[in-house]
Design a protein around this ligand. Structure first.
Ligand SMILES: [Zn+2]
Length: 263
C-alpha cells in the first residue's frame, strides 16, 4: 500500500522486490511536502542508483556553483545533465532543508557553502578577523602548508552563489571553501567530494507484465501522477505547467532552518 501526500491510496498489484523489473514507483521527500511518480523498464535498484547519481551531483553543483565534471572541455553527458538539471525533482532536493540536512550529515565539509544569518556571520567575524589566525589551529596548519598557487581555485570561489539576503558567508567559511576547492582541483577527475545518499523515500506502486509496452507504462504512470497530484512531476492534472499549479519546487529562503549552530 502507498499513500500519496494528497491522500490518494494505492495497493500494490503483486509482490515486488528491488530486483523486480518493469515497475512504477513513487518518491516522497522526507520533508513530507513533495512527491513524484516515475517508472522504469529496469529495476528499483537501477532507478535508485540513477536518482542518487543526479540528486547528489546537483546538490554539489547548486552549493558550489560549479559543475562536478572536471574532464575535457566536452562533457559526454552534458545534454542529459542539462535536461535532468531542469527537473523539479532535483531542484527540490537541492534546496529542501530536510534533504540538505541529510546530505550535510554525511558530507559535513559542505557546511561552509550554507550561508549564515548576517548577524551570526558578523559575530563570528568579529571574533576572528581576516589576517588573524583562525580559532582552529588544525585549520591554520592546513592553510599554512597548502600552496595556493592553483589559478583555478579563485575561479571556483568566484562561482560560489551569493547568499540570499539576509545571509552571508563568514571569513571562516570562505577559508574552508578555499580549502575545499584546493582539494577538489588536485584530486582525480573521477573523484567525488561527497558520499552519495538516497534523498527520497521510494516505494514500488505497481508491477507491470514483462510484455507491457513503453506507451502503456507511460499511460499508467500518468494516471498515478494525475490521481496523486504529485508536485514534482513536470506534468499536472489540469494540463498547463506544474509551476503554475504547484508553484516553485522550493522556498527561496532555503537556508532558513538550516543552521549548523554546533559549528
Ligand atoms: Zn523536501
Amino acid at each position: 500500500m502507498h499513500r500519496f501526500l494528497n491522500g490518494y491510496t494505492t495497493y500494490l498489484n503483486c509482490p515486488a522486490t528491488c530486483t523486480t523489473s518493469n515497475i512504477i514507483y513513487a518518491m516522497t521527500c522526507p520533508c513530507g511536502h513533495y512527491d513524484y511518480v516515475d517508472s522504469t523498464a529496469k529495476t528499483l535498484a537501477d532507478a535508485m542508483a540513477y536518482h542518487r547519481e543526479h540528486g547528489n551531483r546537483i546538490i554539489h553543483e547548486k552549493l558550489t556553483g560549479s559543475p562536478l565534471f572536471r574532464g575535457s572541455q566536452i562533457d559526454p553527458d552534458e545534454r542529459e545533465k542539462e535536461m535532468v538539471n531542469q527537473m523539479r525533482l532535483y531542484q527540490h532536493s537541492a534546496r529542501c532543508p530536510e534533504a540538505l540536512r541529510s546530505f550535510l550529515d554525511c558530507n559535513p565539509m559542505y557546511w561552509c557553502f550554507i550561508p549564515l544569518p548576517v548577524d551570526e556571520a558578523a559575530t563570528e567575524n568579529a571574533a576572528n578577523r581576516p589576517g588573524n589566525s583562525t580559532t582552529d589551529p588544525n585549520l591554520d596548519a592546513v592553510i599554512a602548508t597548502t600552496a595556493v598557487d592553483n589559478h583555478r581555485v579563485p575561479n571556483y570561489l568566484d562561482n560560489v552563489p551569493l547568499p540570499p539576503t539576509p545571509y552571508a558567508f563568514s571569513y571562516r567559511q570562505i577559508k574552508q571553501q578555499r580549502l575545499f576547492f584546493e582539494r577538489f582541483v588536485t584530486s582525480s577527475i573521477h573523484y567525488r567530494p561527497y558520499i552519495k545518499l538516497d534523498l527520497y523515500n521510494i516505494a514500488i506502486i505497481a508491477v507491470l507484465p514483462n510484455d507491457c509496452s513503453m506507451i502503456l507504462r507511460y499511460i499508467i504512470e500518468t494516471l498515478f501522477i494525475i490521481h496523486g497530484e504529485t508536485k514534482l512531476n513536470m506534468i499536472c492534472p489540469l494540463g498547463g505547467n506544474a509551476e503554475k499549479r504547484y508553484g516553485r519546487p522550493y522556498n527561496l529562503h532555503w537556508c532558513d532552518n538550516l543552521n549548523n549552530s554546533s559549528m
